[in-house]
Write a protein that binds this ligand. Structure first.
Ligand code: IMP
Length: 181
């Protein structure tokens, strides 16, 4: 195991099983429709890549990038768009795909931003949720796992840009982020 990791919270097999179930549910719910999956860069890319391959409905792909916490593990509450969608979502069935919902501020900002373009529908799929940290109410239509308030990395999730390539979702050792805060 990587020396900066305290323990594995969700192993790769458990993740794959859950992603498959999510994909099957989403495919059933959208049967007969076309979907536009919007991935939130960069944390959602690994999850989205796996989810896409389970979907059986026609699906288009777009990405949006928002400012993250930088090198800090706690949120400032300030959200900024770094890269907007290539095309408007007006009239589309949109599935917003997030890695993790923490305070909910990012998701609230993103759903408000997308609703302004009047999509035909907008649903949210998040791999992870930390409900104990919520500061604004948000709806997650498709959720992978609810997790305790611990800082996790791997399977796309980072700390200071690192650890995204770890195949499991892991709890980062406190010393790693406390040393930089
Ligand atoms: P929120 O706006 O507080 O809900 O934060 C959501 C964003 O914070 C996510 O998209 C992640 O980029 C980041 N984040 C929150 N918790 C974690 C974590 O435990 N590990 C890695 N990134 C996290």
């Amino acid at each position: 195991m990587h020396p900066d990791i305290e323990r594995v919270l969700l192993g790769r097999e458990e993740i794959q099983e859950r992603v498959k179930m999510l994909g099957e549910t989403i495919s059933a719910d959208y049967r007969g429709k076309e979907l536009l999956a919007v991935g939130v860069l960069k944390g959602s890319v690994v999850f989205l890549a796996d989810l896409l391959r389970v979907l059986t409905v026609p699906v288009e792909l777009d990405f949006i990038a928002v400012s993250s916490y930088g090198a800090s593990s706690t949120t400032t509450g300030v959200v900024r768009i770094l890269k907007d969608l290539d095309r408007s979502v007006t009239g589309k069935e949109v599935l917003l795909v997030e890695d993790i919902v923490d305070t909910g501020l990012t998701l609230k900002y993103l759903t408000d931003h997308l609703y302004q373009q009047e999509p035909a529908g907008l649903k949210v799929c998040a791999l992870l949720d930390k409900p104990s940290r919520r500061r604004v109410p948000v709806t997650i239509d498709y959720l992978g796992f609810s997790i305790p308030d611990e800082f996790v990395v791997g399977y796309g999730l980072d700390y200071a840009g690192r650890y995204r390539n770890l195949p499991d979702i892991c709890v980062l050792r406190r010393e790693i982020y406390e040393a930089r805060e």
